[in-house]
Design a protein around this ligand. Structure first.
Ligand code: F3S
Length: 280
């Protein structure tokens, strides 16, 4: 049985960078607290917890002697300031792609322009971005919500990094009708999610079974699973190698593997090793 990895899988750039920054702080002996779970993966969180990292829910839980970590989603400037006041040290692991959206929003607001952010208003990344354009930002989930916006002045339109391109383009188009001048439309969608889906899709048609490694509630892993299922009926979402069922692999000559953007490499290696062992 051949085990084939998709061309793109696992940690995206921003998540890998955040984990490396935390590892670096631990190596220096820091007492680390992350504001919110660093990553949406139970096994990786448990591994970090075993090294002394714990999660806090609010900046108020930080005190002297602690190193506070801002995760890849980023935070509002107020939250960042509060962390800086309370913690010994703040590690800003905001993904540079998210920082770019924050800076664009900040500059447009400073120029007195409106900022339309397309995405989920409850997502931490969006809350952070909106915090950079207070009084100027409007969050819409899609084009249908643009109709209820007030008239917009020289708007900037940006997107949540994980949004679908069509949702963004439709919303940006709808903004034109509300704007007093041509909107500045900046596609800030990150390609990581899309790249993983495209790679899984192109492998799924060539294998007899497909394993997606990722959290059972992770939307990006569930989406990968549905992409694989379109071409490979025997596609499974697993969190650990223990969930591999030998019966599912009966008669399989080729097995595909991919992983969500929050799945660490060590977990992927364990799954691949188990599959290769079973194949022999
Ligand atoms: Fe950054 Fe894209 Fe990952 S925005 S955190 S590299 S999904």
């Amino acid at each position: 049985m051949q085990v084939l990895l998709a061309e793109e899988y696992g940690f995206c750039f921003g998540v890998e960078r955040a984990v490396e920054m935390v590892e670096g702080a631990l190596a220096e002996g820091a007492n680390v607290r992350t504001l919110g779970p660093l990553i949406h993966n139970t096994q990786e969180i448990e591994r970090l917890e075993s090294k002394g990292v714990s999660t806090i829910d609010a900046p108020g839980e930080v005190s002297g002697g602690l190193t506070a970590v801002i995760r890849a989603h980023g935070v509002t400037p107020e939250v960042q300031r509060e962390l800086e006041e309370r913690a010994d040290r703040v590690i800003d692991a905001t993904c540079p792609f998210v920082t770019k959206v924050q800076k664009l929003a900040e500059r447009a607001a400073r120029e007195g322009r409106d900022v339309v952010v397309v995405g989920n208003p409850d997502h931490p990344e969006m809350i952070g971005v909106v915090g950079y354009a207070p009084g100027h930002s409007h969050v819409v989930r899609d084009a249908s919500e643009v109709a209820s916006l007030p008239p917009l002045h020289a708007p900037l339109v940006v997107s949540q990094t994980t949004l679908k391109l069509k949702t963004f383009l439709d919303a940006a188009d709808a903004v034109r009708a509300k704007a007093d001048s041509e909107p500045q439309i900046v596609n800030t969608i990150c390609s990581a999610t899309r790249d993983r889906q495209d790679a899984a899709r192109s492998l799924a048609g060539h294998v007899d079974a497909f394993y997606v490694i990722g959290g059972k509630h992770s939307s990006n892993s569930l989406k990968l699973l549905s992409v694989c299922k379109e071409q490979c009926a025997k596609s499974f979402l697993i969190e650990t190698p223990d969930e591999i069922n030998a019966e599912d692999l009966a008669g399989a000559a080729r097995v595909g593997v991919t992983a969500g953007a929050s799945t660490p490499n060590w977990l992927i290696e364990q799954v691949v090793a188990r599959l290769r062992g079973m194949g022999q």
